[in-house]
Design a protein around this ligand. Structure first.
Ligand code: DX5
Ligand code: ZN
Length: 232
């Protein structure tokens, strides 16, 4: 199903990562967002591409069934992605993002996701340059810039990756493309304004949202902070 994706006049979108939600009460965690979020970010880890295991496509299927209107942003940290994408496509996410480092066949994988009617995204680890995805950048609806080495929530933000966002925004403008730029890892109230200022459209936040008493209020506060900060 093609749910509409747009910034809706907003400066940026907030995608809380379910990795930091209460794993035994996922529905309660989602309810605690009080519909203040924009998307739900689902981190799929294979214990091989990254040193941690998380979920499979059955979680995405269950989320879609329970929340038909949610924008599901699925971040596949699996290798090789071509072995896993079909069941994830069948589970009807809105975005399926795959790591550039995880396959020699990134063009084929992105093409397959697109062909099946899902928005493809490509992810860059902190050590991977923007140049590596230039040949496929026209194929994607989103580029995800990792601001931690993937595998775990709650890690410290790596500021050196922000220059990639500036480069991506330049490429996007120069080529007349419209992919979104997302950033994931170590983002919270202290650095979200800087992240958005450098050009990020979609901010993933795990522990900074679900690690608080009132995740919905936290998202609201963060949004306010960015909007007010941008006016200064
Ligand atoms: C890291 C994951 C992130 C992570 C973010 O491998 O891709 O989405 O859950 O968590 P925080 O915001 O706690 O760094
Ligand atoms: Zn992620």
């Amino acid at each position: 199903m093609a749910r509409q994706i747009s910034l809706d006049g907003r400066t940026f979108l907030v995608a809380p990562s379910l990795l930091s939600a209460d794993q035994l009460n996922m529905a309660e965690s989602i309810a605690s967002l009080g519909k203040k979020h924009d998307w739900l970010h689902v981190d799929v880890m294979d214990g091989h591409f990254v040193p941690n295991l998380s979920y499979g496509s059955s979680l995405v299927r269950a989320l879609r069934k329970r929340y038909p209107e949610e924008i599901l942003d699925v971040h596949l940290m699996v290798q090789p992605p071509e072995d896993f994408i079909e069941p994830f496509i069948d589970s009807d996410p809105d975005f399926l993002t795959v790591h550039a480092e995880a396959t020699p066949h990134i063009h084929r994988v992105l093409g397959r996701i697109k062909e099946r009617g899902i928005r493809p995204g490509v992810v860059l680890n902190p050590g991977t340059p923007v140049e590596s995805i230039l040949p496929v950048i026209h194929m994607v609806d989103m580029v995800l810039v990792m601001s931690v080495n993937p595998g775990f929530g709650g890690q410290s933000f790596l500021p050196e990756v922000t220059s990639k966002v500036v480069d991506l925004c330049r490429v996007r403008a120069a080529r007349g493309l419209s992919f979104l730029v997302e950033m994931d890892g170590g983002i919270g109230p202290s650095n979200v304004l800087d992240v958005v200022r450098c050009g990020v459209d979609v901010v993933v936040m795990g522990s900074a949202v679900f690690g608080t008493e009132d995740p919905g209020r936290t998202v609201e506060d963060i949004r306010k902070k960015v909007v007010e900060g941008s006016l200064k």
